[in-house]
Design a protein around this ligand. Structure first.
Ligand code: NAP
Length: 284
């Protein structure tokens, strides 16, 4: 049976450390969260982020815009937040309504306040091995493996998914000499023999958004399995959250595995707090 990589417990530890650092900082770090529209999952994520800020001594404010808000209005709000010294971090909750160009919005956030690490400037710095803000989900994965003394150097990491917010930055982090130092393979929807490739992984990171797609057949005995997926499914008249990995069967052959919920999700929020603290410190 695999070791459970408990993200909830580590996130709590990180929040405690952040709170204690803030108490000696002399300023209160501030995070602005912008939520456009009524997406229920996004609303939950934003609420959780607000709560986590409060618990760790970070000031946060959520700016809510209606579903039909214009892109221009959103860009104007971001510009104001860029100038507002109260906020060290700005996060625009994704996905945005279809009529808004996500790239234009990400580009508009000051790279100095881009605590999600999605701005091309920050992705460029990460790729060059001199990161300022590392995207929260991959950063949380690395921290979780580190906490459990899981060696990544020289290992074969297979990343399922190539999104700009998870798959690609995870691949960059795992391949970076000073971070993961792994050999990395990226798979996506056009990959042939994905099951066979996944089975060669020492570390398998699933970030595709397909409920329980990764079965035991995808996993080598003793592999470390990181499940990023958050999928809501209906089972026996009940709605529940599952990952991209079929936990019951994969946990029997993996050496370590992240649960859903309680694995990567809480770590993502913890790293957002950490990035906000890093930003506040760089303004001292
Ligand atoms: P995304 O933007 O939809 O990207 C999905 C990626 O998976 C794409 O690269 C896509 O390939 C690939 N893909 C989709 N179906 C596939 C299949 N059948 N076989 C192989 N590759 C496939 O998703 P995302 O934003 O990265 O999120 C992925 C999952 O993680 C979602 O469930 C999301 O809710 C969750 N998530 C969790 C956290 C957390 O904190 N735990 C954070 C962010 C996201 P193409 O590029 O070819 O289309």
């Amino acid at each position: 049976m695999a070791i459970i990589l408990d993200g909830k417990a580590l996130a709590k530890k990180v929040r405690k450390r952040i709170k204690s650092e803030i108490s000696e900082l002399g300023i209160i770090p501030g995070l602005a969260v912008v939520l456009v529209g009524e997406d229920s999952a996004s609303a939950v994520y934003v609420r959780n982020k607000g709560r986590a800020c409060k618990r760790s001594g970070i000031f946060s404010e959520t700016i809510r815009l209606p579903e039909n808000a214009e892109e221009k209005e959103l860009l104007q709000i971001i510009e104001k937040l860029n100038q507002n010294p109260k906020f060290h971090g700005i996060l625009v909750q994704l996905p945005l309504p279809k009529h808004i160009d996500e790239t234009a919005v990400i580009d508009a956030i000051s790279p100095k306040k881009d605590v999600d690490g999605f701005h091309p400037h920050n992705i460029g710095l990460l790729q060059q091995g001199r990161p300022q803000f590392i995207p929260c989900t991959p950063k949380g994965i690395v921290e979780l493996l580190k906490e459990h003394n899981i060696e990544t150097a020289g290992k074969h990491a297979v990343v399922l998914g190539r999104s700009q917010i998870v798959g690609i930055p995870a691949a960059i982090l795992f391949s970076a000499k000073s971070i993961g130092n792994s050999t990395v393979t990226i798979c996506h929807s056009a990959t042939k023999n994905i099951r066979e490739i996944a089975k060669t992984a020492d570390i398998l990171i699933a970030a595709i958004g397909r409920a329980e797609f990764v079965t035991a057949e995808f996993v080598k005995n003793g592999a470390v399995v990181v499940d990023v997926g958050i999928n809501r499914i209906e089972k026996n008249d009940e709605s529940k959250l599952v990952g991209d990995v079929k936990f019951e069967e994969v946990s029997k052959i993996a050496s370590a595995i992240t649960p859903v919920p309680g694995g990567v999700g809480p770590m993502t929020i913890a790293m957002l707090l950490e990035n906000t603290l890093i930003s506040a410190k760089s303004n001292l």
